[in-house]
Design a protein around this ligand. Structure first.
Ligand SMILES: [Mg+2]
Length: 224
């Protein structure tokens, strides 16, 4: 039961969902040992590349050519793909009166899969159906629109990626929360002189400290 006029918006991959299984499935589908696939992915992330470049690095054809095979083998998100702290944190925030939503750079089919997990989120939408992707400003504008155009300062955005989540969410005027976990969260670094509204290492910590994201001074969009 939401009682506060504050939103907490969650990214999907490596924020709520542990992507180990989907990346392992990608490795299996293209016939590359999982360790090799993951290590090359890490190297691509470390040099600031897009994760789709893994396929080129491994001498494979475009990832989209394998998408149907991936989907058939992966079968979509299940409850077991959620990070163990995801459901308890969402419930703790919900019980604390926060309004919750889930958006991510993901195929449109993930929306129904997430809805089936019965998390306490009022709005769920994926980039493919939104027609915009992170880190585009249009993505964050669409997020606000789907929330009913609240004051961006009343919206915390929680994500693992500095480039796709933390910096562009702050630029859009949202309270940008960096969740430092997963390959991107551990490899990427904040730009110099850039302070997110909050930095946490788990969603359990987020649930404990979310108030500070809203009480910190607002981040000027012009500063990033
Ligand atoms: Mg993510």
């Amino acid at each position: 039961m939401a009682v506060l006029n504050r939103w907490v918006v969650f990214d999907v991959g490596e924020t709520l969902v542990d992507e180990t299984r989907v990346w392992s499935t990608w490795a299996d589908v293209v016939g590359v040992p999982r360790l090799t696939f993951m290590a090359v992915l890490g190297a691509v992330i470390a040099r600031g590349g897009a994760h789709q470049e893994v396929f080129h690095e491994l001498g494979l054809d475009h990832w989209e050519h394998h998408r149907d095979q991936l989907e058939a083998a992966y079968g979509g998100f299940t409850d077991a793909d959620l990070y163990p702290d995801a459901r308890p944190a969402l419930h703790a925030l919900w019980d604390g009166g926060y309004r919750l939503a889930i958006f991510g750079n993901q195929p449109a089919t993930r929306t129904a899969e997430l809805e089936a997990l019965a998390l306490p989120a009022e709005v769920i939408a994926m980039s493919e159906e939104m027609g915009v992707t992170k880190p585009s400003p249009a993505y964050f504008a669409r997020v606000l629109e789907l929330l009913g155009n609240p004051d961006p300062g009343l919206v915390a955005h929680v994500g693992d990626r500095v480039d796709n989540d933390v910096v562009p969410a702050a630029a859009a005027g949202l309270r940008s929360v960096w969740l430092r976990r997963g390959p991107w969260g551990l490899i990427q670094q904040l730009p110099q002189d850039f302070d997110p509204a909050l930095v946490v290492d788990s969603l359990e910590e987020l649930a404990d400290r979310i108030d500070t994201a809203f009480t910190a001074l607002p981040i000027s969009p012009g500063s990033v």
